[in-house]
Design a protein around this ligand. Structure first.
Ligand SMILES: [Zn+2]
Length: 278
């Protein structure tokens, strides 16, 4: 089947300020990869202004979603992304239509772009100013207090909405790749480098279930035994774990009825933490 248009949802990021904008495109007859950032830059006036100031080379254009001919999906995906990020001062989108409220009007609910935020968004003037901004942003990104602030609780239905919007939608290779590119090099969790190394330090030399030290010298299996021997040891280790699990008794979550031998998983996701718990 040949479609007349090849819609897609995208994000444009200003690599210098870190500001970004979500949009969708519905009129292109060329595939997104030949359209976005080439024929079509954005629907954002702010981004257009910034492109003039910073130069096109300062922007990253990423296709987030493409490959099916259902314009609504692109639209709602974009709206959900905006809803998720609109309170972030770096998010340049100003409004969204909330599928939960099902409003016919553009919802301004949750728009946090106060005068103070606007002032923060004013563009840096000099090369030096930009550099300082970049440095301070990098420092900020490592600040645990700042990271904690960023981790806002999601609206309960958010995950369900995104999931419903994308249900049954086959992802193209390009889509997968762009999702991967967007995440590349980003931290996936709240764990800072210093926290991670503190955890590693506290576990060093601790005994495993086999009763043998994991790495008495702070070395990996590979460093201690060589690659081949390490592989053998790891296989032994997982066989041992399998044996322990096999002899374990099954436990049942009283809330949802899930049965498992993995006490750790059951404790983490069921019993008091069970989704079905009332
Ligand atoms: Zn459960």
């Amino acid at each position: 089947m040949i479609f007349e248009v090849l819609p897609y949802t995208y994000i444009v990021t200003n690599n210098i300020t870190g500001e970004y904008y979500y949009g969708s495109r519905y009129r292109n007859k060329e595939p997104a990869i030949k359209d976005l950032g080439i024929k079509y830059k954005t629907s954002s006036k702010e981004i257009k202004k910034q492109i003039k100031e910073f130069g096109l080379e300062s922007f990253t254009f990423t296709v987030l979603f493409e490959g099916i001919h259902d314009v609504d999906s692109y639209y709602w995906y974009e709206q959900l992304l905006i809803r998720e990020h609109i309170k972030d001062p770096k998010c340049l989108n100003q409004q969204y239509l909330d599928p939960d409220i099902n409003s016919k009007k553009w919802s301004m609910a949750g728009v946090a772009h106060s005068a103070a935020t606007k002032a923060k968004q004013s563009k840096p003037k000099s090369e030096e100013h930009r550099k300082k901004l970049k440095e301070s942003n990098q420092a900020k990104a490592q600040d645990p207090n700042y990271i904690a602030k960023l981790r806002k609780p999601k609206i309960a239905s958010h995950g369900a909405n995104v999931s419903a919007a994308l249900k049954g939608v086959p992802k193209t290779k390009e889509h997968c790749k762009s999702m991967s590119d967007v995440r590349k090099g980003k931290k996936t969790g709240p764990c800072t480098d210093s926290r991670r190394s503190a955890i590693q330090e506290s576990l060093r030399g601790k005994r495993t279930l086999e009763g043998k030290p994991t790495d008495p010298l702070g070395k990996t299996y590979e460093e201690l035994h060589g690659v081949e021997k390490a592989l053998e040891l790891k296989k032994l280790r997982s066989a041992h774990m399998r044996k322990i699990r096999a002899t374990d008794t099954e436990i049942t979550c009283p809330h949802c009825g899930q049965i498992s031998k993995s006490k750790a998983n059951m404790k983490r996701w069921h019993f008091n933490n069970c989704k079905k718990r009332k």
